[in-house]
Write a protein that binds this ligand. Structure first.
Ligand SMILES: Nc1ncnc2c1ncn2[C@@H]1O[C@H](COP(=O)(O)OP(=O)(O)OP(=O)(O)O)[C@@H](O)[C@H]1O
Length: 227
């Protein structure tokens, strides 16, 4: 699928990404992590072609890409059903049930909680059956219960339907728990990537985030916490 080779990106005179080379693994979940301002959103913009690199090449962009932001706006107070059928006539009952939206289909979106709205937006994205789903900090405004519901449901549906996901997450424990691959950007815009097990390197993470971190393993899961 998508490959980046020696990609340099500038914003004006400022170099944001430097010689980024990576391979987005198909049918897997990749989390893109890195400190504030390291260029995560910029990298996502490259994937959707909203930005072009100054140097380097990007190949293998899939035809169907769906993007979900931290917050998503509607210009009309659509119901959940209207949102889900905006781009396709058929409601996917499995998706709706897993997202706990079945009883909310006739409810106007503004009457849902923030967490329910974000699940409805995930439903909107998945209804389109995209090959690649790009999520930019999708759980930022959700409480813990909804963060887990969102990521669990995404994981479950991704395993059933085998689409590819790349998402920016700030919570390192969640990134390691819900992903197959990690892309780690440092504040020089350099990227390291690898499987979760290989990237759970606290020295590398502590250096990149400029804060001491430690890795506690509970039930074979990496909890990356402040040392
Ligand atoms: N539209 C823009 N015009 C000019 N510079 C920009 C623009 N968007 C981002 N930048 C700059 O590019 C750099 C990378 O920003 P980007 O938003 O990609 O980082 P990020 O890792 O997503 O940050 P955060 O974690 O804070 O969301 C920053 O120095 C930022 O100021």
């Amino acid at each position: 699928m998508l490959q980046l080779k020696d990609v340099d990106v500038y914003r004006g005179d400022q170099q944001v990404l430097s010689k980024v080379t990576a391979d987005l693994r198909p049918q897997q979940i990749t989390s893109l992590i890195g400190p504030n301002g390291s260029g995560k959103s910029t990298l996502l913009q490259l994937l959707t072609k909203a930005l072009e690199p100054r140097r380097g090449v990007i190949t293998g962009r899939p035809l169907s890409i769906a993007l979900l932001a931290q917050r998503n706006e509607l210009h009309e107070p659509l119901t959940v059903r209207e949102l889900l059928t905006m781009t396709t006539d058929v409601i996917d009952d499995t998706v709706v049930a897993l997202l706990q939206l079945t009883a909310l289909l006739e409810t106007p979106m503004p009457e849902l909680s923030g967490g329910q709205q974000q699940l409805a937006w995930l439903g909107f994205v998945l209804q389109q059956q995209p090959e690649l789903v790009i999520l930019d900090e999708p759980t930022t405004y959700l409480d813990l219960q909804y963060q887990h519901l969102f990521l669990e449901t995404l994981r479950q549906l991704q395993q059933q339907r085998q689409f590819t996901v790349i998402m920016v997450l700030h919570d390192l424990t969640q990134a390691f728990a819900y992903s197959d691959q990690i892309w780690l950007l440092n504040d020089h815009g350099q990227l390291k990537s690898g499987a979760v097990a290989d990237m759970a390197d606290v020295d590398q993470l502590s250096t990149t985030f400029k804060t001491p971190l430690t890795d506690v393993i509970v039930n074979q899961q990496h909890l990356i916490v402040h040392a």
